[in-house]
Design a protein around this ligand. Structure first.
Ligand code: SF4
Length: 256
């Protein structure tokens, strides 16, 4: 099948959204656990600098044309399915990626299609026009921040605490946010992140490391973590989505 610029993600990515858009591959955050640096597509996706994807057509102008043409064609289905996720192959809010992200995101928003942005970057809060645009379309936008609590594994990304401050700022601006607690590197660090944001972040998605390797985790620590998160979610009215990865770990490794 022809590769489209807006596509239907498969596997773990499909748990995030029914439609995704990857304009760029490669990322400057250099996370030690980056899933794009593994597997058969690592040469195309795992670079240290974002590059336009081949299917983006070779230029930002062409990428925009491809995006807008496909959005026009599939608009009704995309809206019905909950919109488009940016991005599985880079951080869409890097200085190198934000222009492409925002021209396409804004086209989607102008046409009534919801978007989700998942980032670790914070610099763009000060870039003229970006927060303003997200505010204008706040009913269609959700901005996610990945939180692991492990700055040592994310050497070139803003510290986790800075991401939390960015989330709080967006909430104060009435722009909806969610937290991606994925991957959990250790349960204690992830729980600390959850406790730090529980008063203002009402949507959390939680998953373990990819590819699946149960030897990396302790079932009893996972059990304690999930019980604590469930208790907090109930107390604070937080919507928690446990991804298949952690649900599988919990089920398959429970003591007999
Ligand atoms: S932010 Fe995501 S894409 Fe970028 S290096 Fe980290 S895991 Fe990879």
């Amino acid at each position: 099948m022809k590769s489209h610029i807006i596509y239907r993600p498969a596997g773990a990515a499909a748990e995030y959204a029914s439609w995704g858009c990857n304009l760029y591959g490669g990322c400057t955050h250099h996370c030690a656990y980056c899933y794009n640096k593994r597997g058969v597509f690592r040469h195309a996706l795992g670079g240290d600098m974002p590059q336009l994807m081949v299917k983006a057509g070779g230029s930002l102008q062409k990428a925009y044309e491809l995006f807008s043409t496909q959005l026009d064609r599939d608009l009704e289905t995309i809206i019905r399915d909950g919109g488009i996720f940016f991005s599985f192959t880079t951080d869409p809010m890097l200085p190198e990626t934000i222009d492409g992200t925002m021209i396409c995101a804004e086209y989607a928003l102008k046409n009534g299609a919801p978007i989700q942005l998942l980032t670790k970057a914070t610099w763009w809060l000060d870039r003229s026009g970006v927060v303003e645009t997200l505010y204008d379309y706040r009913n269609l936008v959700r901005v996610g921040f990945t939180l692991t609590g492990r700055d040592d594994m994310e050497p070139c990304a803003p510290p986790n605490e800075e991401r939390i401050q960015a989330m709080q700022y967006l909430v104060d601006c009435h722009i909806p946010v969610f937290a991606s607690l994925e991957p959990i590197i250790d349960f204690a660090s992830s729980l600390k992140m959850i406790l730090d944001i529980a008063d203002f972040c009402k949507e959390m998605r939680i998953g373990i490391m990819s590819p699946y390797n149960p030897k990396q985790y302790s079932w009893s620590l996972c059990d304690r973590f999930m019980k604590k998160v469930d208790e907090l979610a109930s107390d604070k009215g937080i919507s928690v989505y446990y991804k298949n990865s952690i649900r599988r770990f919990y089920k398959e490794n429970a003591p007999q």
